[in-house]
Design a protein around this ligand. Structure first.
Ligand code: ACO
Length: 306
């Protein structure tokens, strides 16, 4: 009976036994996973766009090769995640439809523009750094295929984070113009990076249930706080500053207090009103339409050989 299945499910979750695709699971657990994993996959795909903007303009051949590899990694992450979501009984076409129609979200961060080469560094350091902070605990997520996929993704993300930091470190040792470019990129990406962790816990409709199901292991605010603590130290190595005059060590919580996040901006970006929302979605849709001939050709070939 459903009650028995439900008991087994709860037992597995509380005993840290992974839930696998063929196991019984509550409908809402399945729905939440499809929502989170597919939005995560969409974020990886859309996330390629801001950085791809600099592939043809990277300052050296070496930087270009690294950036190309990095952007390709993001495509790979998207594919692992779509595969993980497919095990929950949704097709890739349905997920693409949801992205293209605007029904599914993707991370707010990718709706900001990459104005200078330093943005590639800031994305690596801050955006991928925030992604790692959020994603390392997902390696222990209760759903097996998601957790296993995240292990490899996190390894690659740490390389991305280091390459970003190294881009900024190089700029920080450059001439005055390069230093200013470095600081400007940090200033523009800092606050949107903090928004990546999602709304404050008391305004996050999904956190409570996701924590109970052990899909999420930390709340949005907990991860945001850890990220701030790490960045305050790392920015010192760069000899740069974070654009927040309220950053202050708080001995009681053993972490840094920080200024107020502009949640109005966050919700505007989610609604589609960020600086690049329209451009990002149009680019994705065009890539999908332009790829139709190859999908048709592959299908025709498959029919011929089978
Ligand atoms: N950008 C866009 N949407 C967001 C963001 C964000 N930064 N933060 C929260 N949201 C959305 C949620 O998806 C949810 O929308 P929905 O209910 O319509 O799906 C809504 O805002 C409310 O937020 P929460 O209740 O806090 O949602 P949730 O518990 O899913 O937590 C979080 C949000 C932390 C992003 C979680 O989904 C998560 O950990 N996802 C996996 C990681 C991920 O997607 N990373 C993408 C960026 S990093 C990268 O890929 C390189």
């Amino acid at each position: 009976t459903t009650t028995n299945f439900s008991l087994q499910f709860n037992n597995k979750v509380s005993n840290e036994i992974k839930i696998e695709p063929k196991d019984w699971m509550p409908d809402d657990y399945r729905k939440t996973l499809i929502r989170q994993i597919s939005q995560h996959a969409h974020s990886e795909l859309v996330g390629m766009l801001p950085e791809a903007n600099w592939i043809s303009r990277a300052p050296t051949l070496k930087r270009k090769a690294i950036l190309l590899a990095k952007v390709q990694d993001e495509a790979g992450h998207g594919l692992y995640l779509y595969s993980a979501a497919e095990t929950l009984n949704i097709t890739r076409e349905e997920m693409y439809d949801q992205l293209h129609s605007g029904a599914a979200k993707y991370s707010s961060i990718f709706n900001y523009p990459t104005l200078t080469w330093a943005d590639v560094g800031a994305i690596g350091w801050l955006v991928d750094g925030a992604a790692i902070m959020n994603q390392v605990p997902l390696c222990r997520s209760s759903y097996g295929p998601y957790a296993r996929g995240m292990v490899r993704i996190c390894k690659e993300e740490s390389f991305h984070q280091r390459q970003g930091f190294e881009v900024l470190l190089t700029l920080s040792k450059g001439n005055d113009y390069q230093k200013a470019m470095c600081q400007d990129a940090i200033n523009r990406w800092w606050w949107p990076s903090l928004m990546m962790f999602g709304p404050p816990d008391d305004q996050s409709p999904n956190t409570l249930k996701s924590m109970e199901w052990k899909i999420k292991r930390f709340t949005n605010d907990e991860l945001r706080q850890k990220f701030v603590n790490v960045c305050v130290e790392q920015v010192k190595v760069l000899g740069m500053t974070l654009p927040d005059k309220d950053l202050k060590w708080n001995e009681d919580k053993k972490g840094y207090d920080f200024g107020t996040i502009n949640w109005d901006e966050f919700y505007q970006v989610l609604k589609g009103n960020g600086p690049c929302n329209t451009e990002r979605l149009e680019t994705r849709k065009k890539a999908w339409e332009d790829g139709k001939w190859i999908r048709d050709a592959a299908t025709a070939y498959q029919q011929k050989v089978s």
